[in-house]
Design a protein around this ligand. Structure first.
Ligand code: VNL
Ligand code: MN
Length: 366
């Protein structure tokens, strides 16, 4: 990708120099920057086959999801499918080229959430088995988020337990709504209960907006990652919070990519509108939105290489709640590394965001 290797190394050594004067008294890093990328997509032949069969039998599901349609109907040798299906060749070579220590892998959006429930439960299980095998073959290079089928909440809760205890995976990925329903619906709470009990963070990843959200996004392909993906996902988090889910599951951790899908940019106003005497929102929440946002939400930088947004996020959430991500293969490794190597932050902050926070939140042993 279009980055001059010397620019990258120059950025890294400039960062190393600041390590010496940052005044924390911590030792300089021993052998180069550790980098754990936390929202990195893959797919499997089985997943691609199941998605293709779905599109052939129910073409209407792709009506608004043009990206999905392109992806799964494209020839599997096209660049994105090829990079999704590859784990140990192109991907590892690109990681090595840019000094990426580890990918925290997740099945690409929309996961198994469009499939018939029985099919989805089976594909989720075999995907998690494949993922665990790839991780075992490449120690130190990969960790993984478990795929679940929210269509069957009881099976999903069981799969979270298997993913934690048998497969040693690091969390769960859910691609926003399932059949236009969000996790605030109590039928899904067995999933939240299992995730909390097993200390498995739930990464709510975008997919194309629900039918309710789509109405305003039919033009300009706005339902895509341009706008609709993020809006659906931020709305998902706010619904979950407003439902009181974080009162029922106080230790549940939710992760949002794309710099928090902008949720925390609303932090002051969410509190203001929830205050006694104002109460434009009507919800059973026991605490202020800012308290849940700081306690239960972690964010990643996937696909948002914006230093001003990074600084704001670190100020508002604390630098220990922000993690680095690339969004491979949808966005480039070179620019994601360049962004974080050159971000105007201290070296201890850079280490926290590049890998220490991810190691803590996702229980990753390097
Ligand atoms: C895109 C970006 C799509 C990130 C994704 O999943 C994703 C996109 C399908 O640019 O369309 O995770
Ligand atoms: Mn992504």
């Amino acid at each position: 990708m279009g980055l001059d290797r010397r620019t990258l190394l120059g950025g890294a050594s400039a960062a190393a120099a600041t390590t010496l004067v940052n005044g924390t008294g911590r030792a300089a890093r021993p052998k180069g920057q550790i980098r754990i990328a936390t929202e990195e997509a893959f797919s499997t032949r089985e997943h691609m086959r199941a998605m293709k069969a779905l599109v052939d039998s129910r073409p209407e599901v792709t009506r608004f999801d043009y990206k999905l349609y392109r992806l799964i109907t494209a020839d599997l040798d096209a660049d994105t499918p090829k990079r999704l299906l590859d784990l140990e060749k192109i991907r590892l070579a690109e990681m090595d080229e840019y000094g990426v220590t580890m990918h925290l892998l997740s099945l690409t959006s929309p996961g198994v959430q469009l499939l018939a429930p029985d099919v989805a439960v089976g594909v989720a299980r075999s995907t998690n088995d494949e993922l665990a095998e790839v991780i075992a073959r490449n120690p130190g290079r990969f960790a993984g988020l478990a795929t679940i089928a929210p269509q069957n909440p009881a099976a999903a809760a069981k799969e979270i337990e298997r993913a934690k205890n048998k497969l040693k995976l690091n969390g769960v990925i859910i691609n926003s709504h399932t059949n236009n329903e969000y996790l605030d619906d109590k039928k899904y709470w067995p999933i939240l209960e299992a995730a909390e009990a097993l200390d498995m963070p739930i990464y709510i990843h975008p997919r194309s907006p629900s039918d309710q959200m789509r109405l305003a996004m039919e033009d300009y392909n706005m339902g895509s990652a341009f706008w609709g993906y993020g809006m659906d996902t931020s709305t998902h988090f706010v619904r979950l919070m407003a439902s009181g889910a974080f009162d029922r599951f106080p230790a549940l951790t939710v992760v949002l990519g794309h710099m928090g899908e902008a949720v925390h940019f609303w932090i002051w106003r969410l509190d203001y509108m929830s205050a006694p005497g104002v109460q434009r929102g009507e919800s059973p929440m026991k605490l202020l939105p800012s308290e849940y946002i700081r306690r239960n939400l972690r964010i990643t930088t996937s696909g948002q290489e914006n230093p001003a947004a990074l600084k704001y996020s670190m100020d508002v959430l604390g630098p220990w709640n922000v993690m680095w991500a690339i969004d491979y293969p949808y966005q480039g490794t070179a620019s994601a590394v360049q962004f974080m190597d050159n971000a105007p932050i201290t070296q201890p902050e850079r280490d926290a965001i590049y890998w220490q926070n991810a190691a803590r939140v996702f229980n990753i042993k390097l």
